[in-house]
Design a protein around this ligand. Structure first.
Ligand SMILES: [Zn+2]
Length: 218
C-alpha cells in the first residue's frame, strides 16, 4: 500500500473510531443534509466554538467505552452525586462516597480524591515517570502529553490512564451499589491486568510478555 493510501486509511480509521464513539454517547453529528462530515464530527465532539476548548485524544488501544467515559468525565457529564443533584435527582447527600470529605464531582474523583491520587502515584512509579501533578480531570487526560518519552510510550501511558479511569469509576460504582470496599492493591492489579489484555489485543504489541508488562519494560 502506498504512503498516500496509508494516510487515507489512517484517516478513515480515525473517523470510523470517532463515529462509533459518537453513536455510543448519543450525540452524532448533524448537518442540514444529515451527512457525516469531518467538520460535523469535530463540532459534535468539541462544540462549534472549540478554538480554546480541550481536544480529547482518542486512543484505539482501549475500548471506545473507556475513552468515552474519560471524555464525559472531562466535561463533567458523568453521573456523580453532585451532577445528579444539580439535575434535580433527589440525593441523600452529594458527598464523595470514597472519602466523604468533599462533594462528588468528576474533578474531585479523578484528580483529588485520595484513592485516585494513590493510583496516579502508583502508575507514575510503574511507568517510571515523574509524579502527576493534577488538579482537574483534564490534567489527568493531558498528563501523557507533558512526558518526555517516545510517542509509542506516550500512547501506552495514555492507554494506562484511560484504563485506570475506567477501573476507578467501576470500583466507585461497586462501592455505592454493592457496598464493596475498594482495596488499593487489588485495584492496581486489576488495572494492570485489564490494560494488558486490551493493549495486547488492540496494539502492535501482540507478543508482549506479561513479565515485561508488569515492569513496563517495553
Ligand atoms: Zn473523595
Amino acid at each position: 500500500m502506498s504512503r498516500l493510501n496509508n494516510s487515507k486509511h489512517a484517516k478513515t480509521s480515525s473517523l470510523i473510531f470517532i463515529y462509533r464513539a459518537l453513536k455510543i454517547v448519543g450525540c452524532g453529528p448533524k448537518t442540514p443534509t444529515r451527512k457525516y462530515t469531518v467538520s460535523s464530527m469535530r463540532d459534535a465532539l468539541l462544540g462549534p466554538n472549540n478554538g480554546t476548548n480541550f481536544a480529547h485524544q482518542w486512543n484505539n488501544w482501549v475500548p471506545i467505552k473507556a475513552s468515552v467515559l474519560a471524555w464525559r468525565a472531562e466535561k463533567d457529564r458523568i453521573a456523580t452525586r453532585r451532577a445528579l443533584s444539580y439535575r434535580g435527582v433527589p440525593m441523600d447527600n452529594t458527598r464523595c462516597p470514597l472519602c466523604g470529605d468533599y462533594d462528588e464531582t468528576a474533578n474531585h474523583l479523578f484528580a483529588s480524591c485520595y484513592i485516585f491520587h494513590l493510583v496516579w502515584q502508583h502508575i507514575s512509579n510503574w511507568c517510571k515517570i515523574h509524579p502527576f501533578f493534577v488538579f482537574t480531570t483534564r490534567d489527568i487526560l493531558e498528563a501523557h502529553t507533558h512526558i518526555n518519552v517516545v510517542s509509542k510510550k506516550k500512547k501506552i501511558i495514555q492507554a494506562i490512564i484511560l484504563t485506570a479511569c475506567w477501573s476507578l469509576w467501576k470500583a466507585r460504582n461497586e462501592k455505592i451499589f454493592e457496598d464493596k470496599e475498594i482495596d488499593l492493591s487489588t485495584l492496581l492489579e486489576e488495572i494492570k491486568s485489564l490494560e494488558y489484555t486490551w493493549i495486547k489485543n488492540r496494539s502492535f504489541l501482540k507478543i508482549l510478555m506479561r513479565k515485561d508488562w508488569c515492569t513496563l519494560d517495553l
